[in-house]
Design a binder for this molecule. Structure first.
Ligand SMILES: O=c1ccn([C@@H]2O[C@H](COP(=O)(O)OP(=O)(O)O[C@H]3O[C@H](CO)[C@@H](O)[C@H](O)[C@H]3O)[C@@H](O)[C@H]2O)c(=O)[nH]1
Ligand SMILES: [Mn+2]
Length: 759
C-alpha cells in the first residue's frame, strides 16, 4: 500500500489498486489505516441518514409558531377583561406563562428539526482492524448492596465480559461505593462462572449476555449438544445464584467462604461503607476459560471513603476508576454502565468502534451514547419510564446538531478526551497508549483510589468527570462538546443495554428531581449552555441543552396554568377569549394540534394510547412536584445529594406495578404536592358543576361561552387525575395514598379554593 502526501491530503492506494484522495486527518488514524489492511474505496464504517417527513413537520411547526405569536399578540394588545383588582394580575400571570410556553416550545424544535439516524458496517471493521482493535475498559458502578443486589450487579458484569470482542483487549472494572464484601463475594463467584459462561456465549452466540436475563427467558435448545451444554451452564448458574443469595440474605460472608479468597482480608480492618481504606483486587488477569481461551481482566475496586472527605458520588467513583484502570489495562476506549444496565447485544463494542475508527469522521467523535432502555417496562408504562420520546425523538434530533448528551450509562468514551484532551490536540495518540503493565504493585494502584489523591489537582474540574453536580454525566458531556468534540447517538434495533426503571411514583419523582436539579445547576454553573456554550457548540445543540436545563424552571408556569384557570372557573373570572372571538382560534388550534401531534409522536415511538395518557399525567406530576422542588432547593441552596434509585421492589409493590396500578404508598412532600394540586382541580370542577346546575339556561350558555378554555383545562386535568382520586378515595391496598397525605391534600385544596372564591 502506497502513501504519499499531497498538500493537505494523503493519497492512499487501496488494496484493489484504486487511488483516492482523503482529507487531512489525525496522523494516528492514518497510521492505523496503513496497518489495518484498508480498502479505501468505500471506506466509511458508518452511514448517516436524515429522518423522513422533515418537511411536513417543519410546515406544521410553522403553523404552531404562527398561533403562538397570535396568542402573544392577543395578550399584548387586549386589555384584561377584569381591569381592576386581582383579575388583572391573574391575566398577567397567564401571559407570562404563555410567553414561557411559547419560548420553551421553540427550544423543543431544536430536537425535531433535523433527526439523524446511523448505521454501522461491522464487517468492514473486522476486515480492516481485527488485529488492531483498541483495548476497551468497561466500568460498572454500584453503590449499595441492598437496593442494588449483588446478583444483579454480577449479571451485568458477566454480560459485559461476554461481548464479541477479543478478551485480551477487554477489561471489566466494578466500582463498589458500598464497599461491600457481599458484592465482592458475588464478584469472586462471577469470576469462576465466567469460565463457563463466556465459552457458552461464544459457541452458541446467545443473547442477552446477562445469564440472569438469558435463563429467565430461554427454553431448552433443540440441538442435543447445545441442550447438554445449556443444562450444565444453567445448573452452575443456579448454584452460584443460590450461594450469592444466601450470603446476601444473612448479610455477611461466612468464615468458611472467606477462606476461599484472600481478598476478604481487606475487610478485616473495615469499619463502615463510609469509612474504609481503598481496596483493589484483580480477580482475573491472563486467566483462561474452560476451553483455553483468554478471559477478560476483571477488577474489583472500592475507593477509599472517609467521613471528612466528600466522595462526589458516581463522578468520584468514575475518576478513581479512570486512574486505577490506567495502571492495569489503560484501554483507550471506556464504556460506562450502571450496575443494572446489562448488555443485551454482543455487537455493541464493535458498533461503537465503527464510529471512533471511521477515517472521515471518527477523529471528531468524543463519545458514542446508546439509549437507556429498560427491561421492566409494562405495556402502558404508568410512570412514563420508557423515556420513549427522549430515545426516539430528542436524541436523534440532537445527533443532527452535534450529538446527544452523555447520560451516564451505555456510553463509550475515548479515555484521552475524558482526561481533558482538547479537540485537535495531537500530543497524545489515542490508540497507542495501551500498555499492559506486569508486575504492578497493588498498593501503588490503591493509592490512586485514595481520598487525598485528588487534593490540589484538576480532577473533577478539568480532568475526568466533573464534580459538584448531581448529573455529572450531562455536565461532563457538555464540557466535552464545548471543547469542540462531537458525540454520536446509536440506537440499534436490538436494544444494546437494558436496565431497571423506577417502579413507584415516589421513585420516579425523586429521580426526576435529581435530574432536573442537576440540569438547573448546569444552567447557573461555569459551563452554562446559556453563556459558556454560546459560540462553542452548535446553536441547535445549545437549544437542546437549554431544554433540559430549564426543566426545573418550567415548573412555575405549569403549576400556574394547572390551577389558576380552574380556580377562575370557580369564581367566573375569564382569562381567555370567548368562543365567538377570533382570538379563540389560535388557542383552539394549539390545544387540538399539539395534543394530536404529541399523541401521534408517542405512538410512532412505539407507545400505546393508554401509555400516552399515562405519560401526560406523569409529565404533569414531574413538572408540578419534582421540578418545583428542584427549583426551590436550588434557590435555597440545599446540600448536594444523590438519592440512589432502588432496583428492587417488595413483592406486593411489584405485583401492583405489573398490574399498572399507581403506587403512592409513601408520604412525601412530592406526593403531597401532586395530590393537593389534583384536589384543587377536583374541587373547582365540582364547584363548576354545582354552579352551572344552579344557573338559568341563558346565563349558563354565556358562562360556557366565556369560560370554554377554562372548562377544557379543568376537565382534562380532572380526567388525567382519575387514578389519583381512586387512590385517594377508593383503593384499599397498600399502594393507595396514605391517610396523612389524603388529609393534608384535601384540606389544603379546600383552603386554597375557599380563599380564592372570596377574592
Ligand atoms: O455515590 C454513588 C451514587 C451512585 N452510584 C452509581 O451510579 C449509578 C446511577 O445511579 P442510579 O441511582 O441508578 O441513578 P439513575 O437516575 O438511574 O442514573 C442516571 O442518572 C445519573 C445522574 O443523575 C447517572 O449517574 C447515571 O449514570 C444515569 O443512568 C448506579 O450504578 C449507582 O450505583 C455510585 O457509584 N456512587
Ligand atoms: Mn438507574
Amino acid at each position: 500500500m502506497a502513501l504519499a502526501n499531497y498538500k493537505n491530503h494523503s493519497l492512499i492506494k487501496g488494496s484493489n489498486g484504486c487511488i483516492m484522495r482523503l482529507h487531512k486527518r489525525e496522523t494516528e488514524i492514518v497510521d492505523l489505516q496503513r496497518e489495518g489492511n484498508m480498502d479505501v474505496v468505500d471506506g466509511r464504517l458508518f452511514e448517516t441518514e436524515g429522518g423522513k417527513g422533515r418537511k411536513i413537520y417543519r410546515a406544521f411547526a410553522a403553523t404552531v409558531l404562527v398561533s403562538v405569536v397570535w396568542i402573544w399578540i392577543y395578550r399584548g394588545t387586549q386589555l384584561p377583561p377584569v381591569v381592576a383588582g386581582l383579575g388583572s394580575w391573574f391575566w398577567i400571570g397567564i401571559f407570562a406563562a404563555e410567553l414561557w410556553f411559547g419560548l420553551y416550545w421553540t427550544l423543543t424544535q431544536s430536537v425535531r428539526w433535523n433527526p439523524t439516524h446511523r448505521r454501522t458496517f461491522k464487517h468492514k471493521l473486522t476486515q480492516r482492524f481485527e488485529n488492531e482493535l483498541p483495548g476497551v475498559d468497561v466500568f460498572v458502578c454500584t453503590a449499595d448492596p441492598v437496593i442494588e443486589p449483588p446478583m444483579m450487579v454480577i449479571s451485568t458484569v458477566l454480560s459485559v465480559m461476554a461481548y464479541d470482542y477479543p478478551p485480551e483487549k477487554l477489561s471489566v472494572y466494578l466500582s463498589d461505593d458500598g464497599g461491600s464484601e457481599l458484592t465482592f463475594y458475588a464478584l469472586t463467584q462471577a469470576a469462576i462462572f465466567s469460565k463457563h459462561w463466556l465459552p457458552y456465549c461464544r459457541n452458541y452466540k446467545v443473547e442477552p449476555l446477562s445469564p440472569a436475563a438469558y435463563f429467565k427467558s430461554a427454553s431448552h435448545p433443540s440441538d442435543t449438544k447445545h441442550r447438554q451444554y445449556f443444562i450444565v451452564v444453567q445448573r452452575l448458574f443456579e448454584d452460584m445464584k443460590n450461594r450469592i443469595e444466601n450470603v446476601t440474605e444473612i448479610g455477611r460472608v461466612p468464615e468458611e467462604l472467606r477462606l476461599e479468597h484472600q481478598g476478604f482480608k481487606e475487610w478485616d480492618s473495615f469499619t463502615s461503607p463510609r469509612d474504609h481504606a481503598a481496596i483493589v483486587q484483580i480477580l482475573l488477569d491472563h486467566n483462561h476459560d474452560t476451553e483455553g481461551h483468554s478471559l477478560p481482566k476483571l477488577v474489583y475496586m472500592a475507593r477509599e471513603k472517609r467521613p471528612e472527605h466528600f466522595h462526589n458520588f458516581k463522578a468520584g467513583a468514575m475518576n478513581a476508576l479512570i486512574r486505577v484502570s490506567s495502571m492495569i489495562s489503560n484501554g483507550p476506549i471506556i464504556l460506562n454502565v450502571d450496575c443494572d444496565m446489562y448488555s443485551n447485544s454482543s455487537d455493541t463494542i464493535r458498533d461503537a468502534l465503527c464510529f471512533f475508527l471511521d477515517e472521515e469522521k471518527g477523529h471528531e467523535i468524543a463519545f458514542v451514547q446508546y439509549p437507556q432502555c429498560f427491561e421492566n417496562i409494562t405495556k402502558n408504562e404508568v410512570y412514563g419510564g420508557s423515556l420513549r420520546v427522549l430515545r426516539e425523538v430528542d436524541f436523534h434530533g440532537l445527533d443532527g446538531v452535534g450529538g446527544p448528551l452523555y447520560v451516564g450509562t451505555g456510553c463509550f468514551h475515548r479515555r484521552a478526551i475524558l482526561l481533558g484532551k482538547s479537540f485537535g490536540d495531537r500530543s497524545t495518540t489515542d490508540w497507542k497508549i495501551e500498555n499492559d503493565k506486569d508486575g504492578r504493585d497493588i498498593k501503588n494502584i490503591e493509592s490512586l483510589a485514595s481520598c487525598t489523591f485528588e487534593s490540589d489537582t484538576q480532577w473533577g474540574k478539568e480532568i475526568g468527570l466533573k464534580y459538584g453536580c448531581p448529573v455529572e454525566d450531562v455536565i461532563t458531556g457538555l464540557s466535552i462538546h464545548c471543547r469542540g468534540w462531537k458525540s454520536v447517538f446509536y440506537n440499534p434495533k436490538r436494544h444494546a443495554f437494558l436496565g431497571v426503571a423506577a417502579t413507584t411514583l415516589d421513585q420516579t419523582l425523586v429521580q426526576h428531581k435529581r435530574w432536573s436539579e442537576g440540569d438547573l445547576m448546569i444552567l447557573i454553573s461555569k459551563y452554562s449552555p446559556a453563556w459558556f456554550g454560546l459560540g462553542r457548540v452548535h446553536p441547535g445543540q445549545l437549544m437542546g441543552y437549554l431544554m433540559y436545563c430549564l426543566w426545573a424552571t418550567s415548573s412555575l408556569p405549569t403549576v400556574y396554568y394547572s390551577i389558576v384557570p380552574s380556580l377562575c372557573l370557580l369564581n367566573g373570572v375569564p382569562l381567555f377569549p370567548q368562543v365567538s372571538s377570533v382570538w379563540f382560534l389560535p388557542y383552539a388550534y394549539i390545544i387540538v394540534s399539539i395534543s394530536a401531534y404529541d399523541y401521534l409522536e408517542f405512538l410512532w415511538c412505539g407507545g400505546t394510547t393508554r401509555g400516552w395518557w399515562n405519560d401526560r399525567r406523569i409529565w404533569l406530576y414531574k413538572r408540578t412536584s419534582s421540578y418545583l422542588f428542584a427549583l426551590l432547593d436550588t434557590i435555597l441552596g440545599s446540600d448536594l445529594s444523590f438519592v440512589i434509585s432502588s432496583k428492587v421492589a417488595d413483592n406486593d409493590v411489584h405485583e401492583r406495578y405489573e398490574k399498572e396500578m399507581m403506587e403512592f404508598g409513601v408520604s412525601s412532600p412530592l406526593s403531597t404536592t401532586v395530590a393537593t394540586l389534583s384536589m384543587v382541580n377536583l374541587v373547582c370542577f365540582l364547584g363548576f358543576v354545582i354552579k352551572s346546575v344552579l344557573m338559568d339556561t341563558r346565563t349558563r350558555k354565556e358562562y360556557y361561552e366565556t369560560m370554554a378554555i377554562h372548562m377544557v383545562l379543568c376537565i382534562s386535568l380532572v380526567l388525567l387525575n382519575v387514578p389519583l382520586y381512586l387512590a385517594l378515595f377508593v383503593r384499599k391496598d397498600k399502594g393507595k395514598i396514605p391517610h396523612g397525605v389524603a388529609i393534608k391534600s384535601v384540606s389544603l385544596a379546600l383552603f386554597i379554593s375557599t380563599i380564592f372564591a372570596f377574592l
